[in-house]
Design a protein around this ligand. Structure first.
Ligand SMILES: Cc1cc2nc3c(=O)[nH]c(=O)nc-3n(C[C@H](O)[C@H](O)[C@H](O)COP(=O)(O)OP(=O)(O)OC[C@H]3O[C@@H](n4cnc5c(N)ncnc54)[C@H](O)[C@@H]3O)c2cc1C
Length: 391
């Protein structure tokens, strides 16, 4: 087994050396600066497009998904090796998005054979861009209160209502959407998980312009939208279980990753300080050391969760919440420390020093969103209190 993995590592290393363009082996220069795919994909450079196309062809955009659903069919161990090799050359992600990170795993578990065969290969090949229609004006933390209705009209559902904070709804091709299928039962039991083509008549989006002028979020409206029955994932009251399963992947993704493609490493803040970017008083140095120790402990915890999963140990309901909470808090601390080290010299909106992939001011402010997206820190604490501590 180890020998097989060694062979796989050597092959993966050689393939990546030959196929990953050098421009794709450095930190991204913008937040989420990797291709999202979609019906009208956009690329920042030829190198980004080539990297995307080669990885799609190799099926390494979804390494562990079964071959019949567009993946490479790698074992968990092989996927770890591939991840190591990608990190070794500091490769940027070839494709990112809700489909790969969240919906794909949910469809693998809950989708019908037809849903898997239609949607998963299109996600793995970056042909369809998905957004997540969960939150509503009256249903954020209290998500089970969603009110967007899906009325059963025999051969289709008729959907009416609205969503809010839908990231990139205006750029997405399809939405995975939580809908109220039955208003007369306990709220968690009357929810469906529906796949909606955003090109359907009656779907409209309205971007929400943020303080920095960008509009990553939208309001999404549904006015008499006809959705075929076969687009319901699971049974009509099973949406809540599917939603929670999808969110566990979202939370692990938010907790365990750094979107800018800059993999932080213990000691990097200390090096920044030593390079003369700050005063280096004793309190700041102590905070940096405390951060590094917590960060190393976090990395070990992530690894432990991965190992447990690879060896078939059941996930606890709280594990994704623990990763999300700890990862989000560390990200916020790291970016606060970066600003403390750099001081006013870093307070630029457009550019940063050469070592910073994204202007640190933007990165610092954006980090606050990690404590909200995918369920707030308080909600993660509630889940941990209930499911991990039994309170
Ligand atoms: C960057 C980003 C991207 C997002 N993308 C999407 C997306 O693509 N699709 C989507 O559907 N949504 C998305 N969201 C929305 C996100 O899921 C919600 O903002 C989040 O779940 C909180 O809901 P809310 O904003 O309604 O706040 P509320 O639920 O109104 O919460 C307000 C405050 O009350 C606290 N609170 C609420 N209930 C409790 C409780 N029981 N115990 C303790 N404290 C509580 C919260 O922690 C928070 O501090 C995104 C959010 C962000 C920041």
């Amino acid at each position: 087994m180890t020998a097989d993995l060694d062979i796989f590592r050597a092959e993966a290393r050689a393939w990546l050396e030959a196929n990953c363009p050098s421009e794709m082996r450095m930190p991204m220069t913008a937040e989420f600066g990797a291709p999202w795919g979609g019906r009208k994909p956009t690329f920042d450079s030829d190198a980004q497009r080539i990297w995307f196309e080669r990885m799609v062809e190799r099926r390494w955009t979804a390494p562990t998904w079964p071959v019949e659903y567009g993946g490479a069919g790698l074992s968990v161990e092989e996927a770890h090796v591939l991840g190591d090799e990608l990190r070794r050359i500091k490769a940027r992600p070839p494709l990112i998005g809700t489909g790969l990170w969240m919906l794909g795993p949910a469809l693998l578990r809950y989708g019908t054979e037809a849903q898997k065969r239609v949607h998963l290969p299109a996600i793995a090949r970056g042909e369809i861009r998905w957004c997540q229609g969960y939150s509503e004006p009256g249903a954020g933390s209290d998500l089970a209160s969603v009110r967007t209705r899906a009325e059963d009209r025999g051969d289709h559902f008729l959907v009416n209502g609205s969503k809010i904070w839908t990231s990139y709804a205006n750029l997405s091709d399809w939405m995975c959407c939580l809908v109220r299928t039955d208003p007369n039962v306990r709220k968690q039991l009357g929810i469906g998980f529906l796949l909606i083509d955003m090109a359907s008549p009656g779907v409209s989006t309205k971007p929400i312009v943020l303080i920095d002028g960008t509009a990553d979020f939208c309001e999404t409206f549904f006015d008499d939208v006809v959705v075929p029955k076969e687009n319901l994932v699971g049974a009509s009251g099973e949406g809540w279980s599917i939603a929670k399963y999808l969110m566990s992947h979202e939370r692990e993704m938010i907790g365990g990753s750094e979107f800018e493609g800059e993999l932080p490493e213990a000691g990097s803040l200390g090096r920044m300080l030593a390079a003369g970017h700050g005063q280096g008083d004793a309190l700041l140095r102590a905070d940096i050391v405390r951060y590094d120790v917590d960060f190393l402990a976090f990395q070990l915890t992530v690894q432990r969760f991965k190992d447990e999963r690879a060896h078939g140990m059941p996930e606890t309901p709280a594990s994704a919440s623990i990763l999300k909470l700890a990862g989000a808090n560390l990200e916020i601390r790291r970016k606060e420390l970066t600003m403390s080290i750099g001081g006013t010299a870093l307070l630029s909106w457009e550019t940063g020093p050469a070592h910073a992939a994204v202007p640190p001011t933007k990165s610092w402010l954006r980090a606050r969103a990690s404590a909200i997206a995918g369920g707030t820190n308080e909600i993660q604490l509630n889940i941990i209190a209930k499911h991990a501590l039994g309170l």
